[in-house]
Each structure stands twice: as C-alpha cells, then as structure tokens.
Design a protein around this ligand. Structure first.
Ligand code: PBG
Length: 327
C-alpha cells in the first residue's frame, strides 16, 4: 500500500468547517428574483393548482405578499399580470392603468428601494395567446415590435426599474431600447430573455398567467431545445441591440447553455428556473419522495456553478428562509 501514489481529495472534505472554506459556489438572498402574479379583481389570493405555494394576487391584497418578500430580504421582484380583458392586439399590456402598471406603481410606492422588473410580453393580454400580433394564422414580427416598445415604455412610466422582454420576436431589444430612449428612459436597463426555448416546462406558468396559445404553439419564435449554436447567435444579437442582462430559460435542462453564454459574453447572466422545474420538485416533495430543501439548494447551486449570477425562481421565498436558518 505504501508504494501507491495518489491524491487525497478527501482531506478537504474531512470536517464541515473545512468543507465551508473550500466551497466554490454560494447562494445569496440577493441573487434571487421573485416572480409575482397580479390579477384584476378584489380580495383574490388564488393558489395556482399546478404551483403549490404560488398565488395570483389582486392589488388590494398584494401587500401581504410583497411585505413578506421584503421582510425575507429579497430585493428584486418580477411582475407578471393577468388582465381582465384580452383583445387581438393585447391593448391591456400597454394601458397605463393596466394590471401590471398598477402593480408596479403600488410596489414602488410602498418600497421605493426594491428593484421591480416588468416582464414585457403580449401573450397574457392577447385573445389568441401569442406573444406577438397574428395575421392570418402567422405571428407577425415587425408589427409586434411597435406594441412591445409601447408596453415597455408604459411599464417604465409606471416605475419599473428593469424591462425584461420575453416575447422572442426578432429585434425586440432594438425596438424597446429605441422606445425607452425616445421616452427619456436611457437609464432603464433591458434584461433580455435572450435565449428562450420552446419548452414544455412552461406548462404551469400558463395556468398561472392564463397565457396558453389558443391555437398552434410557440415554435416559430421560441428556440428549438436541440440547438446550442443558435443560443450564441441569439445572445450576440441581443447584446448588439443593447441588452444589459441575458436570461437563459429554462435553467435546469440548459445548464450547458448558461455556461457557454456566460463564457462568451461578459454580461450579468440570469437563470430562469421555470414553473415546470418548480412544480416537479413540489410534487415529489409533497409525496415525501425527495428532501425539498436539499434538492432546491442543489438545483440552484448547479445554476450558479454553470455561470448564473442571478436566479429567477418561485422557490425564492423558501430559499431566503432557509438561508436565514428558518425551516
Ligand atoms: C411569457 C412568459 C412565459 C414564461 C415567462 N414569460 C411563458 C411562455 O413563453 O409561454 C414562462 C415562465 C415559467 O414557466 O415559469 N412569454
């Protein structure tokens, strides 16, 4: 035995304190972005059936949720809206009194220091459920850009600190940047859903946001899960157009993409840990099949290890509690 020559990796794993000092990746509460769903109506706190622990909130009850998020030390919130009325051009997306605009105003009035991100898309607001305008069954790219820019400007006027366009039309960053600049919002950054796959993991979100397409799918604008090089082209063009942050979405099945995009582009990288990724963990945990806390932390660590700086996740409140030592 004495003649064997090998490395003793286990030396650095011997005690918990040694493991602590050699740990390479950490999750901090300030890395987390918490999604909030606001819905028209009053006295609503609706649990989303496929997303236990996630609710749709009417504005008169929204403070219950926001107060909790802030008390936990989460500093960044993204707002998704569920409007009362939909039409073919998604007018409630850019109405200054729209649900998202009022939601943003309310949060910023109560917590001016909190960073509020607006998700900029049309699918929750169009009667056909697509992320752009539809003519004769086609999702028309360039006509959609005008509406998306209008939506972003109205969200900035409502007080949004960051605009996060998720629609996947070509040129959306350029159009929104121009729209924001012309309206005087030079200082409002764009967190682009640069790399967004046509994923089956969005199913539960579409229940929460009432945003399923009524016909067809999103494959002509969201990316094919089989593609890697296309992710680089998408990220590159968004940066050329003025993106300040890059989002890769979903996260868990796309850790290779997070790593690659992060290595090529020196920009803040956001992993979107999407609804289906959340629901799977919740379902397994409710059945007692996995240890929820351990699985969630391991999952988020994998995203940071892959290169994510920030993680947008429905688990954010739980993670913030665990980091504070609460169970
Ligand atoms: C809107 C949008 C979607 C998600 C975020 N913004 C759904 C979609 O593209 O169909 C999904 C988020 C999630 O699953 O958590 N375009």
């Amino acid at each position: 035995m004495n003649s064997l020559d090998f490395h003793r990796h286990r030396r650095l794993r011997r005690t918990s304190s040694i493991r602590n000092i050699v740990r390479e990746t950490h999750i901090h509460t300030e890395d987390l972005i918490y999604p909030v769903f606001v819905i028209e109506g009053s006295d609503i706190k609706n649990e989303v059936p496929s997303m236990p622990g996630v609710y749709q909130w009417s504005l008169d009850r929204l403070n219950e949720e926001i107060d909790e998020v802030i008390a936990l030390g989460i500093e960044t919130i993204i707002v998704f809206g569920v409007p009362a009325d939909k039409d073919d051009v998604g007018s409630s997306a850019y109405d200054k009194d729209g649900i998202v605009q009022r939601g943003i105003q309310q949060i910023k009035e109560r917590y001016p220091e909190t960073t509020v991100i607006a998700d900029t898309c049309l699918c929750q607001f169009t009667d056909h459920g697509h992320c752009g305008v539809v003519h004769e069954g086609e999702i028309v790219n360039d006509d959609s850009l005008t509406l998306l820019a209008k939506t972003a400007v109205s969200q900035a006027e409502a007080g949004a600190d960051i605009i996060a366009p998720s629609n996947m039309m070509d040129g959306f960053v350029a159009a929104i940047r121009q729209g924001l600049d012309e309206a005087g919002f030079h200082d409002i950054p764009i967190m682009s859903y640069a790399v967004k796959y046509a994923s089956a993991f969005y199913g539960p979100f579409r229940d929460a946001a009432h945003s399923s397409p009524k016909s067809g799918d999103r494959k002509t604008y969201q990316m094919d899960p089989a593609n890697r090089l296309e992710a680089i082209r998408e990220a590159e063009s968004d940066i050329e157009e003025g993106a300040d942050f890059l989002i890769v979405k979903p996260a868990l099945s796309y850790l290779d993409i997070i790593r690659e995009v992060k290595e090529r582009f020196p920009y803040p990288m956001v992993a979107y840990n999407v609804s289906g990724e959340y629901s799977m963990v919740k379902a397994a945990a409710e059945n007692g099949w996995i240890d929820e806390k351990a699985v969630v932390m391991e999952k988020l660590l994998s995203m940071k290890r892959a290169g994510a700086d920030l993680i947008l996740t429905y688990h954010a409140k739980d993670v913030a509690k665990w980091l504070k030592g609460e169970s």
